[in-house]
Write a protein that binds this ligand. Structure first.
Ligand SMILES: [Cu+2]
Length: 514
């Protein structure tokens, strides 16, 4: 484990964490190359913060002789694992050593809008070459993460195309699940390039039923655009694929013993890819999605994760050998998306075997049937949202709209300072339960994220469900998904597709409380 993690844990164990901040050696949380620079930075107070994140562009070694230069946290990728305790306030110094204004978003937490890390909600930027100290009470418990939340536009070195992603684990007040140890895996691609049109895997979602009216609408819009002589809008592809920042075969293997129960915390830290993961001869028992415990654990042969989704799953190690835990896509795995799992005493070349084909159906993880609690007032408290693509409409990039509106500043492109707050499109009353009925009139899968709240999956492509609490959900091409949430965290709240390319080009909307 990383230094920061070990130090924090050791410290908490020794002193129960009381009045701990002042006693912590700040440099223990920093990559050694940056500790002195970070400590030199003024204006963050006399007391050391609990944690320190330094944003800078440094070399990162994905594999021997495959060293890239990316912006990252503390000189490493992924950023340091930050372990918080639910309900125990933390302070974090953010040092920005780049030329760009930055935001650190606390994905999946119920924090205030002024520290959530989205300019669209009113969080102040961390200006270039300066620092900001933030403080919040972590929660809810489980696997969360932090990442940059600035617009990249056409700049593939900015936003989440960079290495600005790191895992967060918030320890619950009581410890769920029986496992021997935890392993954190951050899945992330590097070396992005643009192409005209892409080949995203589409056929893994179940139910597969599409809505004819959405399909007709999306296909006729695309036909009309192509008939006018437009090419397909740009998509982003990648040359390097990594788990925990190393291409397959070039990182430390996950070393296991027969009979061990390993709890994997998997984070899809991609800027826009959907990922899969399998371990030959083993099954995953999913215990939590997006950090939130499921109604009951569910066994699956492999995992699928949309951009920004997280899965916590226990794997019982009962199949000795040296295995490749990797993506189902041969191409992506051959370009690095995998990690070796090595049993004690096992020798030889890591083996990959594709699992039997399986579909990914969110409703398998929930209870059958809709939630017992419907929205407070079904008519008033249901928000209909239609997602549409305008092919290549913004300098060759697809423009995205929610109910006909592209979020303000989207078409103007790359400058992160364009991210002004737009007027809210949806209005909430505190304490009420709302339903979002999302209708996707495009053929892409959109991993849809709501800030500062958790929602319950209630209907997936026509199939009712309940009990699965998430903050990101994939909405399949030409499909409908419904989620419910309680307006429990006043303040501006951003809603967006988590694909960097889509959110940058309009696929965002703001909720407010009235
Ligand atoms: Cu999208």
């Amino acid at each position: 484990m990383r230094d920061g993690h070990t130090s924090r844990r050791a410290f908490l164990g020794a002193s129960c964490g009381l009045a701990g901040a002042a006693l912590i050696e700040p440099s223990s949380f920093l990559g050694s190359a940056f500790s002195s620079r970070a400590q030199d930075t003024p204006a963050t107070g006399d007391t050391p913060a609990d944690y320190s994140l330094t944003i800078a562009t440094t070399p990162i070694e994905l594999a021997p002789n495959r060293i890239i230069s990316v912006t990252n946290y503390n000189g490493e990728f992924p950023g340091p694992l930050l372990r918080f305790k639910e309900g125990q306030r933390v302070t974090i110094d953010i040092h920005n050593h780049t030329d760009r204004p930055e935001q650190v978003h606390w994905h999946g937490q119920f924090v205030r809008a002024d520290v959530d890390g989205a300019a669209e909600e009113g969080t102040p930027f961390v200006p270039p070459h300066s620092s900001r100290r933030i403080s919040f009470v972590p929660g809810p418990s489980g696997l969360r993460f932090y990442h940059t939340h600035v617009r990249a536009g056409a700049d593939l070195s900015a936003g989440q195309y960079s290495g600005l992603v790191g895992p967060v684990y918030i320890e619950p007040k009581h410890n769920p699940g029986a496992y021997d140890r935890e392993v954190f895996l951050t899945l992330k691609e590097f070396q992005p390039t643009l192409s005209r049109g892409g080949d995203m895997a589409m056929d893994f979602l179940s139910p597969a039923a599409t809505v004819p009216t959405l399909k007709d609408q999306g296909e006729s819009a695309m036909r009309a655009s192509l008939a006018k002589g437009n090419q397909h809008g740009y998509e982003v592809g990648y040359d390097a694929f990594t788990i925990n920042g190393r291409m397959l075969g070039h990182g430390e293997p996950v070393r296991v013993k027969q009979g061990e129960r390993v709890l994997f915390h998997v984070l899809n830290g991609s800027a826009g890819e959907i990922r899969s993961l399998a371990l030959p001869g083993h099954t995953f028992t999913v215990v939590a999605m997006d950090g939130n415990p499921l109604p009951a654990p569910v066994r699956v042969p492999g995992l699928w994760l949309g951009t920004a989704e997280r899965i916590s799953a226990v794997v019982e190690m009962r199949h000795p050998g040296v295995w490749i835990m990797g993506d189902l896509s041969d191409d992506d795995r051959h370009h690095g998306m995998g990690i070796v799992v090595e049993y004690a005493g096992a020798k030889g070349k890591p083996q990959w075997l594709a699992p039997k084909p399986f579909k990914w159906n969110y409703t398998h993880f929930g209870r059958p049937g809709a939630p017992e609690t419907p929205p407070d007032d079904t008519a008033d408290d249901t928000f209909d949202m239609l997602f549409e693509k305008q092919n290549a409409a913004s300098n060759g990039f697809n423009l995205w709209t929610i109910n006909g509106v592209a979020f303000r500043g989207a078409a103007s492109g790359a400058s992160p300072t364009d991210q002004m707050m737009a007027p809210a499109s949806f209005h909430l009353r505190q304490g009420r339960r709302y339903r979002l009925r999302m209708r996707n009139a495009s053929d892409d899968i959109h991993p849809i994220h709501l800030h500062r709240h958790t929602f319950e999956l209630t209907r997936i492509a026509g199939q009712p469900t309940s009990g699965v609490m998430k903050d990101v959900v994939m909405v399949g091409g030409y499909q409908e998904v419904e989620v419910d949430f309680v307006a429990s965290n006043p303040g501006p709240t951003l809603f967006h597709c988590h694909q960097q390319l889509h959110m940058d080009y309009g696929f965002m909307s703001l909720f407010d409380y009235v």
